[in-house]
Design a protein. Structure first.
Length: 196
């Protein structure tokens, strides 16, 4: 199967690339992973099948994980495509593929839907804190009994245990946001109310 062959070749290139980046000879890496230099050479050049019991010590010696060594390569690991949710009036770009420290997610959002009127909503709460910076446009933040206008170049940070909801004010707005796990579940999950 071509895909398996492509991944096999990619793993071999990664092993060699990491070894060369560290300035190690075949002998040096072989000593660190307890393989013979000739075995390692044949693995790198494709003249020997790679066995799992060989990959684990190679990955460890190179200071990487087995998962990182064998993960497939495609454009999904490079290109960040927007997710458009017309019902909520939000387009989202997830800028962090894995949760960062403390489980945070970084996202860019384009908001076209205005904040609902105070009378028509039940403002949401969830544990944690929200943070966003307005990249363009203006955001209306309803925070408890307060209405706060956040303009381009300004940022907002608040406890999400205070009832809150936000939306575009006088036209579309784009924000950069950092969300904890509860914030991600609330703001980035399909089928929920407008951004809260």
């Amino acid at each position: 199967m071509k895909q398996d062959g492509d991944l096999d070749g990619l793993v071999r290139m990664r092993i060699r690339g990491l070894r060369v980046a560290r300035g190690w000879s075949l002998d040096e890496l072989a000593a660190r992973c307890y393989l013979s230099p000739s075995t390692l050479s044949r693995i790198e050049t494709g003249h020997r099948r790679i066995a799992l019991d060989q990959l684990t010590p190679i990955a460890r010696a190179l200071g990487t994980t087995l998962d990182q060594l064998v993960e497939p390569a495609d454009d999904a690991d490079v290109v960040i495509r927007p997710h458009r949710d017309d019902g909520r009036g939000v387009t989202t770009w997830l800028l962090s593929r894995e949760h960062g420290p403390g489980g945070v997610t970084v996202a860019k959002m384009r908001i076209t839907r205005p904040a609902p009127s105070r009378e028509s909503i039940t403002q949401r709460v969830h544990p944690g804190r929200d943070w966003f910076m307005v990249l363009s446009g203006t955001v209306e933040l309803l925070l408890g009994d307060r209405t706060i206008i956040v303009r381009t170049g300004e940022a907002a940070e608040f406890s999400t245990m205070v009832p809150h909801v936000f939306g575009a004010y006088d036209g579309p707005a784009e924000i950069l946001t950092i969300l904890d796990q509860e914030g991600q579940r609330t703001h980035l999950t399909r089928g929920v109310d407008p951004p809260s």
